[in-house]
Design a protein around this ligand. Sequence first.
Ligand code: IPM
Ligand code: MG
Length: 353
Amino acid sequence: MDFKIAVLPGDGIGPEISEQGVNVMTAVCQRFGHSVTYEYAICGADAIERVGDPFPEETFQTCMRADAVLFSAVGDPKYDNDPAAKVRPEQGLLAMRKRLGLYANVRPVETFDCLVHKSPLKDELVREADFICIRELTGGMYFGEKYQDEDRAYDTNLYTRPEIERILRVGYDYARRRRRHLTVVDKANVLASSRLWRKVAQEMAAEYPDVTTDFMYVDNAAMRMIQEPRFFDVIVTENTFGDILTDEGSCITGSMGLLPSASTGDHTPVFEPVHGSWPQARGQNIANPLAQILCVAMLFEYFGLQEEGDLIRDAVSASLDANVRTPEIQVEGAPRFGTKEVGAWIVEYIQKA
Ligand code: IPM
Ligand code: MG
């Protein structure tokens, strides 16, 4: 294949992990005879500083020209502590989602055996938990009509049937490739929008008799996720519930720094680590590049290149087994490796494989 990749390093540790992702992408392309070119673009706080817009038009055009976007992270504490800030880095993320039509956000929740002890849950609960959260990403309260004055404020949680149907299709496609179990998470006992979700899902379930569909209220799902994470295979849910549940999901594995995600939809797909920009660690060569590197695996898999994806996953597992790890997951007494060293080790593994 002839890949054209838009690279958006963004803020904080973004540029450092981005570099490792790109190196791995290049190594895999060389190894399998694909060609690849990169076009870099600015976003987030970095883009606000330079051009006053967290997702400039030029960045959008770069994304539109590409086959895939390798995104790292946006965010800067400077904006968190300033409620009056007119533009925020996160707005760039939302603009990217909307303009690229990225309605399906796929966040795998996977455990790595050697990191299970890092989980806040007991080993026996979390070991072998393996599910994916599919979060609707361009609708609901995030994008519905908003209003705010001194005394009243609201956000509208609007969903239409086509929006619900298309995200459920993504869910069913995944379920068919996995353990054929789909859980629709909603709040149909209270919210009208959730009742529409449930109605549409019940109708669609009949089209997928080979998949077990069940329904769960979001409060119950939040509880079940820590009581019995292995219950889940594929979760489909609306934007806001998905935001909350995917944070919960990523931390129960003990390996948040290792989780990639994919956002797909109408235009170019975006591959992005689940973790944020960790501004305090910027430039220190301590950030874990594995989530970004696993984004590259998801990218290949998206294009049906399973072997390429598998090789990256093997390399990541091998690096963990060899204790080539960044400080936050390193075992006591083992040597220290930085972002660059972990990336370089994985590149070498790929070249030698
Ligand atoms: C996420 C983040 C974003 C969201 C923020 C940064 C706007 O929390 O990707 O989950 O709420 O969607
Ligand atoms: Mg979130």
